[in-house]
Design a protein. Structure first.
Length: 390
């Protein structure tokens, strides 16, 4: 496996040259530069989690996590789109094979945007569903042909799942540019609107079966990858992005303070004991985050090899460790930015950009720190998981 992971990391390193070159334009456009999107596809990073039977890599989750951490150092927004679209390719591996063939058959590296939260509503009709509503946070939509979206059932009195996830061509939705944000500005995570759009049954999955790894199509593949629970897997991939951005911020912070001087007495900031402590503590927090993320990768590797679905305790632990890793990255970024001085407040400061991006990453519901902690706490104390979706 190590040589396989190394080849993916080498591909990511090659892509980073392009991603870094277009990072500023990506942020200014508030959407990925077309060359950055093409770099994800040319490098093969966009097909890492696509099924092997349709031309994808079906790589271990570790490959996605580690390459996202690497690309995040070059361009956090592009890494985020890599993570989101890769996560959606992973989820699509549990959809009916007819759906998988339609999406991955022409191009297993297709970028699939969308949003996993159930923000709209659908009702069953002959042969499928009619779906309407508004969905936010569709990262990478400007470069995607397909969307993966969650929805509740509007006619709840009828038989059928309470929540569903479905796939729809991007051309069938209205896109509204609402993406004016604190951080991750280049992800182009715009809103979409659907108005009575028909979704055929073969492009629909009940959310419960899909998120738990219990889809009957999850076992139709060469590995146990698609049997992983969705939210812990998504949280772990997301943590890889946070690790990359915070790690790059630590490099920026230490480089900056090697040459920085106090504005009043002219003394070298590097000789300041409190600043030295900030470097040490931030480094420890980021190292701790990396350890927890890699521990999750180890657990996913074991589940993959055993072709086993994670039980509720494992799902809670995996999601908590990913959430706590992201929290460690947030604490490190807060610690560094607080000690970076007034010049870090300017828009052209790399430290300001990294700080904003880490802050934005922590807002994702998959790594909700309080919610993940409550689940683990409840289970540890002999209670059920409550109303949380795992």
């Amino acid at each position: 496996m190590k040589s396989e992971i190394d080849s993916y990391l080498q591909a990511a390193e090659r892509a980073c040259e392009t991603l870094g070159r277009y990072r500023a334009e990506t942020e200014e456009r508030r959407s990925l530069h077309s060359e950055s999107a093409r770099a994800l596809q040319r490098s093969g990073l966009s097909r890492l989690l696509a099924p092997k039977k349709f031309g994808g890599e079906e790589a271990p989750l570790r490959a996605q996590v580690m390459t996202c951490a690497l690309t995040a150092r070059a361009c956090p927004s592009t890494s985020w789109v890599q993570m989101v679209c890769g996560a959606h390719s992973f989820v699509l591996g549990s959809f009916p094979l007819e759906c998988q063939k339609e999406i991955f058959g022409p191009d297993p590296g297709v970028l699939i945007a969308g949003t996993l939260s159930s923000q709209g509503a659908g009702r069953q009709c002959e042969g499928g569903w009619l779906v309407s509503g508004r969905w936010q946070f569709c990262s990478g939509i400007d470069h995607s042909e397909w969307l993966l979206i969650g929805s509740s059932q509007s006619d709840a009195g009828r038989d059928g799942p309470k929540n569903i996830h479905f796939v729809v061509p991007t051309r069938e939705v209205e896109i509204q540019d609402t993406w004016f944000t604190l951080g991750m500005r280049g992800t182009g995570s715009k809103d979409i609107i659907l108005d009575e759009v028909f979704i055929p049954d073969y492009r629909v999955m009940p959310t419960g079966d899909l998120f738990s790894g219990l889809s009957p199509w999850a076992t139709e593949h060469a590995t146990g990858l698609y049997m992983h629970p969705v939210l812990p897997a998504l949280a772990t991939q997301l943590a890889g992005c946070a690790l990359g951005v915070s790690g790059e911020m630590l490099r920026q912070f230490t480089d900056y303070n090697r040459i920085r001087r106090d504005v009043y007495d002219g003394k070298a900031k590097a000789k300041n004991a409190s600043l030295q402590r900030r470097v040490a503590e931030a480094s420890a927090e980021i190292s701790s985050a990396e350890s927890m993320i890699l521990r999750n990768c180890d657990d996913f590797d074991t589940l993959n090899e055993d072709r086993r679905v994670a039980d509720i305790d494992a799902r809670a632990r995996l999601r908590w460790q990913a959430s706590y890793a992201v929290e460690c990255c947030r604490r490190a970024s807060e610690r560094m930015f607080a000690g970076a001085g007034a010049h870090a407040a300017y828009d052209d400061s790399p430290l300001q950009a990294s700080y904003r991006d880490v802050s934005m990453i922590t807002k994702h519901a998959a790594v909700d720190y309080d919610g993940a902690a409550e689940i683990v706490g409840r289970l540890s104390l002999g209670l059920d998981a409550g109303s949380f979706l795992l």
